[in-house]
Design a protein around this ligand. Structure first.
Ligand code: C2E
Ligand code: MG
Ligand code: MG
Ligand code: MG
Length: 285
């Protein structure tokens, strides 16, 4: 277990330290400061259609920490998600994604952007209003925005979930169910959910070509998705075998994974990349 050194500073074993309350609250303070200081960055990972076409891109946040370097969400999201800081983070990412969409469009690229929404954020009673407000203020096209929810969001209060999804879908926003297969919901659950897309977790994708049980599970997911008319995105496609396995079963499947594209800074897609990631602006709060 993690222990504090005598002087109250954290000792050397970093990973276990993530467990301690002191570490959590320090990291939380630091993240709050980092967001204010403009240290978060948007990365994009392309989603590739059957003809090698770009079907869209997922927005993935990174923290360019002044001492620790570029941090993945795993290093800071759990801490953010344990507090309301996740609301600040998610809204920052959403606002920047709207601005990115506009700048891409101005440069002739109409690109659908998929943005992750954490459970705590989605469960806010004013979630739909804040999204609508953001779209109003930025002028971003709701028809080019997908919000990614995970299954655990959906089991909370079905009526509330349905109301929010319906309200935002009416504007043209699409919803994706992220990490499909890893959460609590069953396949039959999809019937009640007015979502547009499922993202099959990479766990199923990776094993499918080599493991019969994973393969048949994946095949049932694909069948159900098809019968509900849902778009399917496969996450974590790393090998040609995985891509072939998927495309043989669902020719129109969209693939996202290192085989096709690794997440890269969003500014790579812009000709003028000067002020893409601006520090927190009044737009946000
Ligand atoms: P996710 O939404 O399921 O995103 C996919 C994750 O898989 C990303 O990890 C991506 O870099 C990684 N990935 C993509 N292709 C491959 C592959 O071929 N192989 C492997 N092994 N991994 C692949 P990342 O960027 O570390 O993000 C982790 C999670 O953090 C995301 O999982 C998402 O749940 C969350 N996240 C990322 N950005 C945001 C954000 O802005 N807001 C919120 N609330 N959550 C975010
Ligand atoms: Mg996602
Ligand atoms: Mg996922
Ligand atoms: Mg995830």
């Amino acid at each position: 277990r993690a222990r504090l050194a005598g002087d109250g500073r954290l000792a050397m074993f970093e990973p276990a330290m993530a467990e301690t309350a002191v570490h959590r609250s320090r990291l939380e303070d630091e993240l709050r400061r980092g967001i204010q200081a403009g240290e978060l960055q948007l990365y994009l990972q392309l989603q590739v259609g059957p003809q090698g076409d770009v079907a869209g891109a997922e927005v993935l946040v990174r923290w360019d920490h002044p001492q620790k370097g570029l941090l993945s969400p795993a290093a800071f999201l759990p801490v953010a998600e344990a507090s309301d800081l996740i609301l600040v983070l998610d809204r920052w990412v959403l606002a920047q994604s709207c601005l990115l969409q506009l700048r891409l469009k101005a440069e002739g690229r109409r690109m659908r952007l998929s943005v992750n929404v954490s459970a705590r954020h989605f469960q806010q009673s004013d979630f739909a209003e804040t999204i609508i407000d953001l779209l109003d203020r930025t002028g971003a096209d709701p028809g080019l925005l997908t919000l990614e929810l995970n299954e655990n969001v959906l089991v909370a209060d079905p009526d509330d979930v349905l109301a929010k999804i319906h309200r935002l879908s009416a504007l043209g926003i699409e919803f994706a169910l992220d990490d499909f297969g890893t959460g609590f919901s069953s396949l039959s659950y999809l019937k009640r959910m007015p979502i547009h897309e499922i993202k099959i977790d990479r766990y199923f994708v990776q094993d499918a070509p080599v493991d019969a049980a994973s393969a048949s599970l994946l095949e049932s997911i694909l069948r159900v998705a098809h019968s509900y008319g849902l778009r399917v995105v496969a996450e974590g496609v790393e090998t040609v075998e995985q891509a072939q396995f998927l495309r043989e079963r669902v020719p129109e499947i969209v693939c996202q994974g290192y085989l096709f594209h690794r997440p890269a800074p969003a500014s790579d897609w812009l000709q003028a990349s000067d002020d893409l990631v601006a520090p927190v602006s009044p737009l946000l709060f």
